[in-house]
Design a protein around this ligand. Structure first.
Ligand code: ACO
Length: 325
């Protein structure tokens, strides 16, 4: 028997207000055609008054806890990926912990931008397998709308707000059973040499303000396709599976063209790729768990499926994880 981190349930949350491309075109010089053709995005949700990263995360966690059929008080680890925390500190994970009524366990945020959920997932997995905790909430939650320059059409049309969460539990499984559930292999990477291609132009320790999101989209795109294809291959080799064995790929939802190009490189049919970028836009760390929960709830992803998570974001940071759900 071996200790593995098993997904017990998932949940997600979106702000009430949906903003179409047509509405975006009333704010900046853009068109529905340009946004759909270049990105695949048709809609995004934007947080309103009273909706924050922590409130969205809490709602996603409540649904994940309900789906898992567990008591919130039994959660002893919360790892939250975000680049849009409610406050510089305390960590948004501790705000969520308090809102859920859990006490005394480990709770912290992870800053890896669009890879935030993958980094949080890998960190929680490691802590669960060493016995430091038994039951975790892993969250990706963002209010990207609060980081955007709403006069910059090259970035403001691309992002949205939302949250997704999974309950991960340390379970003893029979490793010789190929259908035994749990996280099978994960690989994470970072390359700080490209920080300037996607960054905030402010921060608490530099300007004393949060700044605005800046991106050189074309260069980010190029790196994303190469890095994602490489890390997916790495995870397949580490796990002993082939691309053909994968039932579903749940990618970071940045751009439909990145998703297509990455799937093509791996020789994966597009029907196996979960796509929500059309509805949610790029929700950074929230996008992978949001897409996962969407596909679980609409019945596509089922227990026993082999699912590949992958993401790349600012830093650069990137990673992938193969899971038997
Ligand atoms: N509406 C209309 N025109 C626009 C808009 C807009 N919203 N934004 C830019 N344009 C114009 C530009 O000004 C430019 O005009 P010009 O040729 O007259 O100078 C033209 O469109 C082309 O601009 P590019 O930036 O070269 O367009 P590109 O085809 O590269 O698409 C995009 C831009 C969508 C950002 C793309 O590069 C991309 O998706 N990159 C990936 C970045 C990303 O998704 N990052 C998210 C986080 S990182 C990650 O998740 C991987």
């Amino acid at each position: 028997m071996t200790l593995r981190s098993v997904i017990r349930g998932s949940g997600s949350a979106l702000p009430a207000r949906a903003v179409s491309n047509a509405e975006m075109a009333t704010m900046v010089d853009t068109t529905d055609e340009w946004i759909v053709e270049r990105t695949g995005i048709r809609n995004r949700h934007i947080a309103g008054e009273g909706e924050t990263t922590a409130t969205l995360a809490t709602e996603a966690c409540r649904k994940a806890i309900e789906a898992a059929g567990i008591d919130a008080a039994s959660i002893d680890l919360i790892v939250l990926g975000t680049c849009s925390p409610d406050q510089t500190f305390p960590a948004t994970a501790t705000i969520v912990q308090n809102a859920l009524g859990c006490r005394g366990g480990i709770a912290f945020d992870v800053a890896a931008v669009c890879s935030g959920f993958l980094y949080a997932f890998a960190t929680a997995d490691a802590l669960l397998r060493t016995g430091a905790a038994k039951r975790a909430l892993v969250i990706g939650a963002e209010t990207m709308s609060r980081l955007l320059d709403w006069d910059d059409r090259t970035t403001c049309v691309l992002f949205g707000d939302g949250a997704g969460a999974v309950v991960l539990e340390a379970v003893d499984v029979d490793e010789s059973d190929p259908m035994a559930p749990g996280i099978l292999a994960t690989r994470l990477h970072a390359d700080g040499a490209h920080g300037d291609l996607l960054h905030m132009d402010g921060g608490p320790s530099t300007t004393g303000s949060i700044g605005k999101l800046r991106m050189k989209g074309r260069e980010v795109f190029r790196h994303a396709v190469v890095n994602l294809a490489a890390v997916l291959e790495e995870v397949l080799v580490a796990s002993g599976y082939k691309a053909d064995d994968i039932d579903w790929v749940v990618p970071h939802q940045a751009n439909a063209r990145i998703l297509d190009a990455t799937a093509r490189k791996l020789g994966l049919p597009e029907e196996k790729v979960i796509i929500t970028v059309d509805r949610h836009a790029n929700t950074s760390a929230a996008s992978v768990p949001l897409a996962f929960d969407t596909a679980v709830r609409d019945g596509r992803i089922k227990p026993g499926d082999l699912v590949m998570f992958e993401a790349m974001g600012g830093g650069f940071t990137w990673g992938a994880s193969l899971v038997r759900v």
